[in-house]
Design a protein around this ligand. Sequence first.
Ligand SMILES: Nc1nc2c(c(=O)[nH]1)N=C([C@H](O)[C@H](O)COP(=O)(O)OP(=O)(O)OP(=O)(O)O)CN2
Ligand SMILES: [Zn+2]
Length: 117
Amino acid sequence: MKITQAFTFEAAHRLPHVPETHRCFRMHGHSYRIELTLEGEVDSATGFVIDFFDVEAAFGPLLAQLDHHCLNEIEGLENPTAEHIAVWIFERTRPKLPQLASVKVFETPMSWAEYEG
Ligand SMILES: Nc1nc2c(c(=O)[nH]1)N=C([C@H](O)[C@H](O)COP(=O)(O)OP(=O)(O)OP(=O)(O)O)CN2
Ligand SMILES: [Zn+2]
């Protein structure tokens, strides 16, 4: 069984490795949406793969590092593409949530990156 929990955060970024003429070379902001998908057996007693409250508690500190920050200033996110943010989140969340199966990072409702480890 797979379950998914979504989170949102606001952040600024610029992409330092695109041409100067690319609009994303300039500092700008996004309302990001993150989807964490967890996979496992449904516990017969609780009916949960994992309690959504436990996912929230595990991911909360990382979300706070991202929300209302300039992503380029965060260690490991110097080139903060959606792809790199997905990997960054996966690597830091999987140790706390071993059932984590994938991380989706939406920059806009129409464009996102997904990392499955
Ligand atoms: N593969 C990727 N391509 C792009 C990424 C990325 O992370 N991975 N990022 C960007 C920029 O961050 C850019 O800001 C994307 O957002 P935006 O320009 O707002 O997207 P839209 O094209 O949907 O904007 P509209 O104004 O609605 O056309 C670029 N590429
Ligand atoms: Zn952008």
